[in-house]
Ligand binder design. Structure first.
Ligand code: FES
Length: 70
């Protein structure tokens, strides 16, 4: 079973039982990475954009990068 999580500054951290509406910013700051700052808090400035790497859906064994508002 794969445990959902992320790697932040070379540190792998499981998401655990996060409430579903936790923002990536709050999660990262709660880990102690307080250099991450909030910008507009409305999804307009792009400061909350993160890149997610996932296996490509084309089946060609490549990586697909998707930008999401986190
Ligand atoms: S703080 Fe501006 S998009 Fe998140």
């Amino acid at each position: 079973m794969i445990t959902p999580g992320a790697t932040v500054n070379s540190r792998t951290v499981a998401f655990g039982n996060l409430p579903p509406h936790t923002s990536a910013l709050d999660w990262i700051r709660d880990l102690g990475f307080t250099g991450a700052k909030e910008g507009c808090a409305e999804g307009e400035c792009g400061a909350c954009a993160i890149l997610v790497a996932r296996p490509s859906t084309t089946g060609d064994n490549t990586t697909e990068w998707v930008c999401i508002n986190a």
